[in-house]
Design a protein around this ligand. Sequence first.
Ligand code: DQA
Length: 143
Amino acid sequence: MKLLIINGPNINLLGVREKHIYGNESYEDLLRFIDEACQKAGVEHECFQSNHEGDIVDKIQQALGVFDGIVINPAAYTHTSVAILDALKAVNLPAVEVHLSDISQREEFRKISYAGMACQATFAGLGFKGYEKAILYLKELVK
Ligand code: DQA
């Protein structure tokens, strides 16, 4: 079983950006955390991060026939991108949405998630742990 783990804009700046919201740990720390979680779960994975909406759409399209599921934190594109929603619907792979922060408790504009409409589950407000929960959720769903 192979999972694609997508992170959207500014997630590469973890540990630098708004530490009171996203914490002190870096994107490299997140990659290590995901690597360990996948090893423990016995699933293969690839991580992809981009600040560009079209690149994320391309990556989702290319996942068809290669990956068994997608974990996605679309970051700011969560709240704006119908293109990412449509790409997730188009490939129709099991997908789980993750947010480090609890988007339901923040500004009004963060309460809408387009990508979430094509996802089987959402884990938000759990920090890095949300990625592990998403990985385990997809492992159960796909097996
Ligand atoms: C985020 C929440 C989004 O609203 C925000 O734009 C991000 C990160 C999160 O992981 O909490 O960049 O997706």
